[in-house]
Structures are given as C-alpha cells and as structure tokens.
Design a binder for this molecule. Structure first.
Ligand code: ADP
Length: 635
C-alpha cells in the first residue's frame, strides 16, 4: 500500500510550534516522555495478555531499548508493548485527544516564556516532545496480536503534515526513531543517555536497556583487544517505596537514601508508608543524620521527589512538605495525579493537600516516637534540626502545640549541653508559679550572667534559656503551653506569689520617697521606677514593657542596622541591696544632698550596661565614677 500524506489537526501544528519554540530549555524531558509511553504500552499488553494469550506472541521479556546510531544520527526508543494499528496511529499521533484543547491553545498563545512552559506542563506534550530534539520522527509500530505485514510506519518533520503507510515489522511493539537535530547529537552519547535514564526513569519497572560495546575479558578477567556487544540494563528498576516494608532490609533503605541524597552517612530515621483507599500513594522519607550543608542557602531545594505511576515528575516537590520540615528527603508516589503536572496546579491540588497532610503528620509522629523511644537520637535530632522545626510554631498554627512538644531547650536547671522539653519544665513548675519564664540571650553564659535571673534563681524557679535567632518570634507565636503563658524575664513586672506581693508593699512604704526622687531625676530617660523581684546581687536593672521588643532583640537589631523603636524602659531597683539602704538613709537625713542626683544618674548608666547597652554619655559616666572614687578614697 502506498504511503499517504495527511495534515495534522490545526491544534497539533500549533502545539508542536509551541513545544519546539518554548520548551527548548527543558529538552531533556523528551526521553522521559518516550520511555514513559513505552512503559505504559508494555503495561497494557501485559494486562491484555492475561485474558488473551495471543497478545503475548513474541514473548513476555518486557523491555525498552535505546539504540543510538551515530552514523545515521538517530536515537531509537523501542518497546515490545501493545503497539498501534493504522487507525490508532492516525488518531493518536495526528490529533490531541484532550478535551478543552482549543481553549488551552488560545491561552498558550497568549502566554509567553516561562508561563507557557508551566501551562504546557499541565496539559502534557508527551509524544510531541520528541520534536524538541528531532527534526524528523519516524514511528514503526505493530499491534499485539497482528501479523508481520500489518505494521504501520508514521513519519513527520513537524511541518504541518505526516505520512503514514503499511510496513513490515518482525515483532510486536513500537520503535520511535528520532532523527536528531545537529545541535542535539549529544543524545547519542552513552553517558548522556545513562544520565538521563538514571535521573528520570531509574525506577521504571521495566528494564531500559542499551547495547554497550566492551572489551572482551580473558580467562583471568583481564580486558583483551577483542570487542563484544552486550545488552545492559541501565535503570535500577527498584521502586523500593512500592515494596512491602517487611521485605526491605535496613541496608536497602540506607542505600536508597544515599543514592538519592549523595550523603555518605546513613539516615537518622526512615519513614515508609502507604495509603490506600480513595486516594493511593506511597511515601519513603528520611530524616538525615546531619543537617544538609546547603540547607542555609537560598538555592536549597526542599521537598521529596514526586513520582506519578512510576515516572519521576519532579526532583523536589516542595508542595509536599511544610518549610519547617525542609530537611526531610525521600520520594512520594501518587496514583491519582496526572503525569504532566505543573507547579501551578500543584499549589491548589486536592491530592497534593491530602498527601502533604499525611506526610507532615508521619514525620512529626516519627520525631515524637524518637523522643519517646530513642531519646539519644532525639537529642541529636534537636541539635541538628530543632532550629528549623521551631519555625513551625510560627507558620503552622494548627500544629503548633504538637511541634512545641517536640522541642528541646536549655534552662537554668539543665547542665551545659543538656536539654529539657517544655513538658518536663511544666512538671517542675512551682505550685505558685503562673508563667513559664524564659530569657533570650546570645549564649548560655550571657544568660547566666544576666541580672534578670537573680531573683528567680534565688527562689529556685527554672528559666528557659533561648539562644536561637528566631526564639523571640516563635515563642510569641506559641504564646502558651498547657495553659501557662510564656514570660520573658526581661519584660514587664514579675511578682512571685502572694508573699512576694506583701513584701513589696512593705518595702514600698520604706523606700517610697527615694523612689519618687529617682523617678523625677530620670523622668526623661525611663518610663517608671519600681521595686524589683528579679534582683538579688545587682542593685538595678532596666525592664522592657510587656509589648516592647525584648532588650536582647533590640541589641540584635541595632547590630544589624535594622530600624526599630526603642521602648522606654522601667528601672527596677533592688530594695535588699546595701546601696539602697545607704541611699535611703542619706535621703532621709538630707533630701537635698547633691550626691543623690549623681547617684541616680550612675544607677541608670549601670543598668544600661547590665542590659548590654552603653551609657548614652560615656564621658559624663566616667567623670561621675571618678568623682565617686575620689570621694571614697579621701574618706
Ligand atoms: P499520553 O501518553 O499522555 O496519552 P502522548 O502524546 O505521549 O500522550 O501519546 C499519545 C498516545 O499515543 C498514547 O496515549 C498512546 O495511545 C499512543 N502511544 C504513544 N507512544 C506509544 C507506544 N510506545 N506504544 C503504543 N502506543 C503509544
């Protein structure tokens, strides 16, 4: 039968035009698409043969073969799958069967560049992606269950038409022959093909094979000058995540982790689960032993690989994980998503939402399990990833109590380098203690030296020490734990129970007038002056208002040159300090004594220094101190 030339349906011509001109930066995907089609074709014949064994004629040695012919400049993707008959070829390779094609094409033509790429991803270019690398494509195909002479040859140069004719083919299946463009001859290289198969089609169930020329070996296994050609399978075929948990060894799990991450160290934790029912998906996830070195960079790609029906769709699907779990690696495979799914679609996809929820829950459960049953690993986990997980307190409102349970903190009761959970802190709280105290500091040493802790230490009240940059933000987001509010020891008034309140009232009578005097002297500098429950050894400290920035945060912002509103501080004085007793005595004797004003100024500057700030007028401060020393020496 003579060949026949036919026109493509207009939408095919337009699609081809767009594929060739706007997807050129994603050329590599053509191989994935063709291998995926071949794999589907094998799946189909495998299934049909179950009820009609004539379809198996020619064997069931399922295989996808890549043949690079450097002389002819062709790359052929062959399969022994279901094949197509004459009408099918015209139908499937001459039209686009998707509904809504016209609207889609219109949208596509209105968009340019990256937008078009995203849009086309939703739609799927499949077979036509071959034209990104080939200026001519020949398909020779023979439907399973038909004779040698029933094969069909289809050919097109993407110029608006194709030819179709009957031909001969010895075995069932399809050969897609790509006549590569001059610029795309790299797809003839063994190395390139191996790389692409590994990257995109490694876990395809059927073997992807290539004929590889190697030196023959002699009896001792040494290479000789003689060459031989051997068929090699170049994909690993192991979809480990689809296998049954009970059949997989720890070593296999670890190897797969190393394969996908290039990490040399085995993971800290492996999470493998399958969901069946209205939605079906499998996930194999890992928590690394160490924080990936590049996780701090903007370019870091988070999210597991996404597979759809054995085909890798994305190397990193960040839509499947909340950012605070960005250290998790692995793979998720869905049976419900379309093969060609774009980022745009991912963002509002119901299946993705359901998977993300399940993945998040399983990872948090695994961390909780470590905390309960493998505390040493949990501590290690916290050191590596606690800082990142903590972001969840701020960003995941729904799960913030769950996340809070999984965090560890240092405290005034933990040894250096040891930690407490919030739960344990909660259990140790004093009966009269209403709030969970914490201090923000650059380091544990800085926190321990802080005057804010003196009174609490004296009363044996535990204070959490927070040294991470985001602690201030996340603790405010968390707000409370088990009904107890968080309270920064550097902010607001602290009263430790009824007895403390009465004591303060008594002292207020004793020191009331002196406090008024100091307040008046410092009225431009401080909001208020009051007695303190915080202090024991230090004479004074400055305290921020409940709604102000924490002083530690102000220091950080200042260091980074960030603009901020410095809140006016309240100065607290320690009524038990000898200095106030002496000052009070002097004040009662002579409330106009000239030293008193000096002392008030020095107290304020001292408090600034204790807070980590500098006296506003360092010269004046030094002069006052010198005068004071001179007076003391002269006495
Ligand atoms: P999709 O795979 O998304 O349907 P394609 O453009 O890749 O879109 O393929 C269109 C159709 O052509 C397929 O649905 C299939 O029927 C047929 N086809 C493509 N490649 C093969 C193949 N290797 N063997 C048999 N049929 C194929």
């Amino acid at each position: 039968m003579a060949g026949k030339t036919m026109e493509f349906k207009t939408e095919v011509s337009r699609l081809l035009d767009i594929v060739i001109h706007s997807l050129y930066s994603n050329k590599d995907i053509f191989l994935r698409e063709l291998i995926s089609n071949a794999s589907d074709a094998i799946d189909k014949v495998r299934y049909e043969g179950l009820t009609d064994p004539s379809k198996y004629e020619g064997g069931t040695d399922w295989k996808i073969k890549l043949t690079a012919d450097k002389t002819a400049g062709t790359l052929t993707v062959s399969d022994n799958g279901i094949g197509m008959d004459y009408d099918e070829v015209i139908r499937t390779l001459g039209t686009i069967a998707h509904s809504g094609t016209k609207e889609f094409m219109k949208m596509l033509e209105e968009k340019k560049g990256q937008d078009a790429v995203e849009l086309i991803g939703q739609f799927g270019v499949g077979f036509y992606s071959a034209f990104m690398v080939a200026d001519k494509v020949t398909v020779v195909t023979r439907k399973a269950g038909t004779g040698d002479n029933d094969a069909v040859k289809w050919e097109s140069a993407a110029d608006g038409k194709f030819t179709i004719e009957k031909t001969e083919k010895a075995a069932r299946g399809t050969d897609v022959i790509l006549h590569l463009r001059e610029d795309d001859k790299k797809y003839l290289e063994e190395w390139t093909l191996r790389e692409l198969v590994r990257k995109y089609s490694d876990y395809i169930e059927h073997p992807v094979v290539m004929d590889i020329e190697r030196s023959k070996t002699d009896a001792d296994g040494k290479p000789t000058d003689e060459k031989e050609i051997k068929e090699e399978t170049i994909n690993s075929r192991k979809a480990i995540w689809l296998r049954d948990k009970s059949e997989i060894t720890k070593e296999e799990y670890d190897d797969f982790y190393k394969h996908i991450t290039h990490d040399f160290t085995a993971p800290m934790r492996t999470i493998h689960f399958k969901v069946e029912g209205t939605q079906e998906f499998s996930a194999l996830l890992y928590i690394p032993e160490r924080r990936p070195f590049d996780i701090i960079y903007k370019e870091y790609k988070s999210g597991p690989m996404l597979y759809v029906k054995r085909v890798q769709i994305m190397e990193h699907c960040e839509e499947l994980l909340p950012p605070y779990l960005r250290f998790v690696k692995g793979v998720v495979e869905s049976n419900d998503l379309p093969l060609n799914i774009s980022r745009e679609i991912l963002q509002n996809n119901r299946h993705i939402e359901v998977m993300k929820k399940a993945v998040t829950k399983r990872v948090l459960d695994a961390i909780a399990d470590m905390k309960k049953n493998d505390y040493d690993s949990f501590v290690k986990f916290s050191k590596e990833f606690g800082r990142i997980l903590k972001e969840g307190l701020h960003y995941d409102f729904e799960r913030r109590q769950t996340i809070a349970d999984l965090l560890l903190f240092q405290s005034t009761k933990t040894e250096d380098g040891k930690f407490t959970s919030l739960d344990d802190y909660f259990m140790r709280m004093k009966p009269e203690q209403e709030e969970i105290y914490y201090i923000l500091a650059a380091s544990r040493a800085e926190a321990e030296a802080s005057p804010y802790l003196e009174g609490l230490k004296e009363r044996d009240i535990e204070v959490l020490i927070m040294t991470d940059d985001i602690d201030d933000i996340v603790i405010s987001s968390l707000g409370e734990f088990k009904g107890k509010k968080f309270k920064s020891v550097a902010k607001g008034d602290i009263t430790l129970g009824e007895a403390d309140k009465e004591e303060k009232e008594k002292k207020k009578e004793e020191f009331g007038k002196l406090i008024e005097f100091v307040k008046d002297r410092l009225k431009d500098k401080v909001e208020d002056v009051r007695l303190s429950s915080r202090l024991k050894d230090s004479a004074v400290c400055l305290v921020a208002g409940d709604t102000d920035f924490d002083p530690h945060i102000e220091q950080m912002m200042k260091a980074m040159g960030e603009p901020y509103m410095k809140g006016k501080r309240t100065m607290e004085i320690n009524p038990d300090h000898i200095l106030f007793k002496e000052m009070n005595a002097l004040f009662e004797k002579d409330k106009d004594a000239p030293e008193l004003a000096d002392y008030a100024d020095i107290l304020y500057d001292q408090a600034l220094i204790l807070e980590g700030a500098k006296p506003v007028d360092a010269g004046a401060f030094a002069r006052r101190i010198s005068a004071l020393m001179a007076r003391a020496i002269a006495k």
